[in-house]
Write a protein that binds this ligand. Structure first.
Ligand SMILES: [Zn+2]
Ligand SMILES: [Zn+2]
Length: 310
């Protein structure tokens, strides 16, 4: 006779069925983001910026196809497993100078794209010169953006540097074997590269249906986290949802009255094409309103930086 599982075990089985991470799809991750940016730019107060970023993200997709960054060593992976740490941790990673060649590709592509404003072409030219003449300054800027230090960051150059680093880490993550992840990971950061999430998304479809995933700002990995829980401080009692009346029901801010921060949450069942980085960037009005209500962002958008001069 077949034994029927007691209730607790049934729930445990069910829990185990939730996929823990989704690694990025290297064939489409940036192409989908670029398409979404273009779509959202059609009727948006920051339309020009979204279109500029669409050019940059389109160039990222081209660069990713050709990118093969040096992988993590076996030693690094076993060390990460022993200590429950993200195996491709970006801060302190021995970055190959390859990322600067990716940066050249990106700024060259953006400079040549139609309709790019003169100021952006100048930023690209300055970055192009820095690769040859002052690579140390670029390494410093890369360290600053990877550790989210707004104050040391040139806000015009940062999105391009971040974009090159995204290509580098998305390449690594897309080729990573998720079975090599440590059993447990630190709360609130990407289990693959330890960067902060840009936003979260409640997904539809198959085994993902109705589950919430946090979306990495660097390597595009998504990882599961239960709903109605603060993604910054883990509080479950003081979480609330804010939206702008009359705007897309697919976008809310998940606010926390314990730590007074928020992150946006996107609902695929309300809009199948929500894309965390693009939709976050295109909904700045929600940031303004939630900011006025006294909440601060838990982490920034990888394509928008506020330097010391702002
Ligand atoms: Zn990551
Ligand atoms: Zn909180």
């Amino acid at each position: 006779m077949q034994r029927i599982l007691p209730r607790g075990e049934i729930e445990a089985l069910d829990h185990n069925a939730i996929p823990r991470v989704t690694l990025p799809e290297r064939g489409s991750v940036f192409a989908a983001r670029a398409a979404r940016l273009r779509q959202l730019a059609a009727d948006n107060p920051v339309s020009d910026y979204l279109l500029l970023m669409a050019h940059l993200v389109h160039a990222q997709q081209q660069a990713l196809q050709a990118c093969t960054a040096p992988e993590a060593s076996a030693d690094r992976i076993s060390l990460a497993q022993a200590h429950g740490m993200p195996p491709l941790q970006a801060v302190g990673w021995p970055r190959d100078p390859l990322w600067r060649r990716i940066l050249i590709q990106l700024v060259d592509d953006v400079s040549r794209a139609p309709g790019v404003p003169a100021e952006a072409v100048e930023v690209c030219a300055a970055l192009r010169r820095a690769v040859d003449e002052d690579p140390d300054s670029l390494e410093e800027l890369a360290d600053a953006v990877l550790s989210e230090q707004d104050q040391d960051v040139d806000s015009a150059a940062a999105p391009f540097v971040m974009a090159a680093l995204q290509v580098y880490w998305t390449d690594l993550a897309s080729r990573f074997d998720a079975k090599q992840l440590p059993v447990a990971s630190p709360f609130g950061v990407c289990p693959v590269c330890a960067s902060l999430p840009v936003a979260s998304i409640v997904r539809v479809g198959g085994q993902y249906e109705g589950y919430r995933y946090l979306c990495c700002s660097l390597c595009s990995t998504q990882w599961h986290m239960v709903r109605v829980k603060c993604s910054h401080c883990e509080d479950v009692e003081n979480v609330a949802y804010q939206a702008i009346e009359g705007r897309s029901p697919a976008i809310k801010a998940e606010t926390c009255d314990h730590c007074h921060t928020y992150r946006k949450i996107f609902y695929q069942d309300k809009d199948l094409y929500v894309e965390p980085v693009a939709d976050d960037l295109a909904s700045l009005m929600l940031d303004v309103l939630v900011g006025e209500a006294g909440y601060s962002r838990s982490s920034g958008n990888p394509l928008l930086w506020h330097g010391a001069e702002d």
